[in-house]
Write a protein that binds this ligand. Structure first.
Ligand SMILES: [Zn+2]
Length: 352
C-alpha cells in the first residue's frame, strides 16, 4: 500500500488543505480497478469509519497476493468542509465561501481523460480545486463509489439509469435495502461527473456493463457505530470480490437483489404545512398505507388544535426522514418511494 498526501492551496495566505490517498497496486493485468471516497459532505462519517474498518482487510489481501485490480481510497475527501464551523455547529454540506454544495458543479468532461481537467494552478476557488482533484483521482477506475449518508435513512444506492440493472449484483453484494435509479442531469454531482464522460463519448454497452458508479447513502448522520462500520466494510469487500477487484474464495455469491428499486420519479417528498416540533409515527424502512398518519407537528404548544397531523399521500416505502425534530413550514419531512411516478417529482438530485 502506498500513501500520498494531496494538497490544495487555500484561497487566503497561510492556508492549505491536505488529505491522504491510499493506493493498492493490483497484480492482474486488466482486472477491474476501484476508487472509493467518503465524506465529500464532510460531516457524513458512516463511510469514513466503514473504510477504516475495510483497510485491514485490504492490507491482508495485499499481503496474500489477492488484490487483482488497482484500488484507490480517499477516506475523508473534504478537508475544506471538515474545517467549517459556524457558531460551534459543523457545516460540511456547502462551501461557506461560495454557498455551493460540495457535491454539485463537478466538471463534466466529454471523454474520460484527466488531461481535460483544469491544471492545479488554474484560477478557481478552493472548493472547485477540490472537485477537480477528486475527479482526477477517480477517473479511469472501473468502479467509483462515493460514500455519503442521509439525515436518517435505510442504506440505499443512487445509480445512473444506464448502469441498472447491470449493477444489481453490487446492490446485493453490499446489502443495501433500496436503489434509486436516476437519469442526468443532476446538477453536476460527483456521480454524474463520473458517468458523464462515458455517456458523452458513447461508450459501448459492453464497456458500461463493466462500470460501477454509485452514491452510497449509508443510513443517517448519527449511524456511526462499530456494528454498522463492520457491516458496511464487509459489504464493500464483498462488492470488490464480486466484481473481481479482490480474489477471495471464502466469499460466497450474494444471490439476487431483493430490495426496493425505483426510478427517482417515484420518490415523493412529503412536506410539513407548519413549522414546529416534529413527532414521527413512522421510520425509514417502513411500508406504509396511503392515508396513514406519518407525523404530527406541534406549532402552538399547549393550545387545543395547536398541532397538525400529516398523512401519507399514497402507499409506499419510507426511504428517509429528518434527523432534526425542529422544522419550518414547507420543509420536507419524509421521502417516500411509491409504486408509480409521483406527479410532483422533481428531476435532478434527490436532495438540495
Ligand atoms: Zn452527502
Amino acid at each position: 500500500m502506498e500513501k500520498n498526501i494531496e494538497t490544495i492551496a487555500g484561497d487566503t495566505e497561510g492556508v492549505s488543505y491536505t488529505f491522504p490517498v491510499y493506493r493498492f497496486a493490483g497484480i492482474a493485468a486488466g482486472a477491474p480497478s476501484a476508487y472509493l471516497q467518503a465524506a465529500l459532505h464532510a460531516g457524513e462519517l458512516p463511510g469514513t469509519v466503514a473504510i477504516h474498518t475495510l483497510m485491514p482487510k485490504l492490507r491482508a489481501a495485499e499481503a496474500q497476493g489477492r488484490i487483482r485490480g488497482n484500488i484507490t481510497i480517499v477516506p475523508a475527501a473534504n478537508p475544506i468542509g471538515r474545517a467549517q464551523y459556524l457558531f460551534a455547529d459543523h457545516q460540511g454540506r456547502y462551501h461557506l465561501g461560495t454557498r455551493v454544495n460540495f457535491n454539485r458543479e463537478f466538471p463534466k468532461l466529454e471523454t474520460p481523460d484527466p488531461a481535460l481537467l483544469p491544471a492545479d494552478d488554474a484560477l478557481a476557488t478552493v472548493d472547485r480545486q477540490l472537485k477537480v482533484r477528486l475527479l482526477k483521482l477517480s477517473l479511469g477506475h472501473d468502479i467509483v463509489l462515493d460514500l455519503h449518508c442521509d439525515d436518517e435513512g435505510v442504506p440505499y444506492l443512487c445509480v445512473p439509469a444506464e448502469l441498472w440493472p447491470a449493477m444489481s449484483d453490487c446492490a446485493a453484494a453490499f446489502g443495501v435495502e433500496a436503489v434509486i435509479i436516476w437519469k442526468a442531469p443532476s446538477n453536476g454531482e460527483f456521480e454524474e461527473a463520473s458517468i458523464h464522460p462515458y455517456l458523452a463519448s458513447k461508450a459501448s454497452a459492453e464497456h458500461l456493463a463493466r462500470r460501477v458508479i454509485a452514491t452510497f447513502e449509508l443510513r443517517g448522520m448519527l449511524d456511526v457505530h462499530y456494528g454498522y462500520a463492520e457491516k458496511d466494510a464487509a459489504g464493500l469487500y464483498r462488492l470488490l470480490v464480486a466484481r473481481g477487484v479482490i480474489e477471495d474464495r471464502t466469499v460466497k455469491p450474494s444471490g439476487a437483489f431483493k430490495g426496493v428499486a425505483a426510478p427517482i420519479g417515484h420518490v415523493e417528498s412529503v412536506k410539513t404545512p407548519k413549522g414546529g416540533a416534529l413527532l414521527y409515527d413512522i421510520k425509514p424502512g417502513d411500508r406504509i398505507a396511503g392515508g396513514q398518519r406519518i407525523a404530527t407537528v406541534v406549532y402552538l404548544a399547549g393550545e387545543d388544535g395547536g398541532a397538525v397531523e400529516i398523512f401519507a399521500p399514497r402507499a409506499g416505502y419510507v426511504l428517509t426522514r429528518r434527523a432534526r425534530r425542529i422544522v419550518r413550514a414547507n420543509e420536507d419531512i419524509v421521502k417516500l418511494v411509491g409504486e408509480r411516478p409521483d406527479a410532483n417529482a422533481k428531476s435532478g438530485p434527490l436532495k438540495e
